[in-house]
Design a protein. Structure first.
Length: 114
């Protein structure tokens, strides 16, 4: 059983920054893919950013140039640095770990005020 614990969400004004953290209960090298997803009210959950075991990253077009996903293997933690936040970034952000099965964190709320 893998546990993912997110933190770092909160309320920020447009143009501000936040850094989300996702701490895994296992070594990151054992996880094929880790990603940050978000779900806004009334919308489907969408991929924001992902990082593979090899370090390859991918981003949603809407966040390219503003968000950066990274990981610290020593801390078994994946981060999402979010800069130049916009009101449309408001959502619950979830961490996902893809192994032989799927694992999700509990989510952390990000609210961007205009």
């Amino acid at each position: 059983q893998v546990q993912l614990v997110e933190s770092g969400g909160g309320l920020v004004q447009a143009g501000g920054s936040l850094r989300l953290s996702c701490a895994a209960s296992v070594r990151l090298f054992s996880i094929n893919f880790m990603g940050w997803y978000r779900q806004a009210p009334g919308k489907q959950r969408e991929l924001v950013a992902g990082i593979s075991t090899g370090g390859s990253t991918n981003y949603a077009d809407s966040v390219k140039g503003r968000f950066t996903i990274s990981r610290d293997n020593a801390k078994n933690t994946v981060y999402l640095q979010m800069n130049s936040l916009k009101p449309e970034d408001t959502a619950v952000y979830y961490c996902r770990a893809l192994m032989s099965r799927d694992y999700w964190g509990q989510g952390t709320q990000v609210t961007v005020s205009s």
